[in-house]
Design a protein around this ligand. Structure first.
Ligand SMILES: NC(=O)c1ccc[n+]([C@@H]2O[C@H](COP(=O)([O-])OP(=O)(O)OC[C@H]3O[C@@H](n4cnc5c(N)ncnc54)[C@H](O)[C@@H]3O)[C@@H](O)[C@H]2O)c1
Length: 338
């Protein structure tokens, strides 16, 4: 019996693979390396570089064969295109991967009798919500491409569960942080960006006034829940959040304290938020400033009562502890690039 993890060369997929391997599970790992890195696949006591299969979740024949040739019991579909501006810039690709790719996994899981599929979903789908902490089954639908791909993916997951009696849990991750987060990509997550800039003694540029608040979850806590949900039946969508949010300024103060730095951040206007993505400002219909403004100043806080009550899950890692571990790994990695 094996466990398939897609997106296994990425930040979350690789950490999940390592935990399951440590739990003595037989893991099958795939990734198309569009965002993932080989560096994520090496750990103190194991190396997945020879084990990982380079495969795209959209590859119909490849995925079919993989399911036919292996006795796959559980599937973690962690593969996806996550950066919001990437999804805006190439919506066809985002929908193709995040939705069609997922349906390819679901259909093969159906044919081969997989016990449970666990999907990496997102709290980004709460972007238009105004009630906090936000609960799973009552929210305003999203606007941007990325959260819509994940929302639509959930609808298809529910369809497979209702139609065929399959079991799928969609985990709506809050902002995930921890070691191996990608701080070198074009648009790194905010936490990774600020640590990278502090490491190089550069002034980080934040948009708006830094008072916007988001909720976070440490990657190990997320993995605890991802394992706990294996056994549940039917369809559900579950918030994966610490139920605590922090402002950009609070996070920056913490990171400075941990890294022993004192660099004043610069604040830029909202309109320049995705300026590296020129294509979004081109064409007859450029991206609306109000959308950028809304995205930057978005408040997020997810209610994690459902995860606690149904799965007995308790997030354990404090922001201080988690940031410290993450900072140590990022600094070591950046030292190695010198
Ligand atoms: N990191 C977060 O804060 C966060 C929050 C909410 C949801 N998520 C979701 O969790 C998942 C993992 O996020 P992450 O932060 O580890 O991102 P990541 O970019 O580090 O990992 C995603 C992995 O998927 C791979 N991939 C992309 N397209 C693929 C395809 N067509 N076939 C096979 N592999 C493919 C990439 O190469 C990469 O290794 C994503 O689906 C993301 O949408 C992440």
């Amino acid at each position: 019996m094996s466990i398939l993890i897609t997106g296994a060369a990425g930040f979350i997929g690789s950490q999940l693979a390592y935990r399951l391997w440590k739990n003595k599970e037989d893991v099958i790992l795939i990734d198309n390396f569009s965002y993932g890195h080989e560096d994520n696949l090496t750990f103190e006591d194991c190396d997945f570089r020879d084990k990982i299969i380079k495969m795209d979740i959209r590859d119909r024949e490849g995925i079919k064969k993989l399911f036919q040739e292996n006795n796959i019991e559980y599937v973690y579909n962690i593969a996806g295109i996550a950066p919001l501006p990437d999804c805006q810039l190439n919506p066809q690709e985002a929908i193709d991967v995040n939705l069609t790719g997922f349906v390819n996994i679901l259909e093969n899981a159906r044919l081969s009798g997989v016990k449970k599929v666990i999907q990496a979903s997102t709290n980004a789908m709460y972007e238009n919500e105004t009630v906090f902490p936000t609960v799973e089954d009552n929210f305003n639908l999203p606007t941007l491409i990325y959260p819509n791909t994940k929302y639509a993916a959930e609808r298809f997951a529910e369809s497979f569960c209702k139609t065929y009696g399959m079991n799928v849990t969609c985990l709506r991750f809050a902002n995930v942080y921890g070691p191996h987060i990608d701080c070198l990509r074009k648009q790194p997550p905010f936490v990774a960006y600020m640590i990278r800039e502090l490491y190089y003694d550069r002034t980080p540029i934040f948009h708006s006034n830094g008072e916007q608040r988001r909720d976070y979850i440490y990657v190990d806590d997320l993995i605890d829940l991802a394992i706990l949900v294996q056994k549940s039946a039917g369809f559900d969508a579950v918030n994966v959040s610490s139920n605590k949010n922090y402002s950009v300024n609070e996070m920056y103060a913490l990171a400075q304290e941990i890294m022993g730095k004192n660099i004043k951040a610069e604040y830029a206007t909202d309109a320049h938020y995705w300026e590296k993505y020129e294509g979004l400002y081109n064409g007859k219909y450029p991206i609306k400033e109000s959308i950028l403004n809304h995205e930057i100043n978005k408040y997020s806080l997810c209610d994690n009562t459902f995860a606690k009550e149904k799965y007995g899950w308790i997030p354990k890692v404090t922001m201080q502890e988690g940031l410290k571990k993450m900072t140590t790994q990022i600094c070591k990695m950046l030292d190695g690039l010198k």
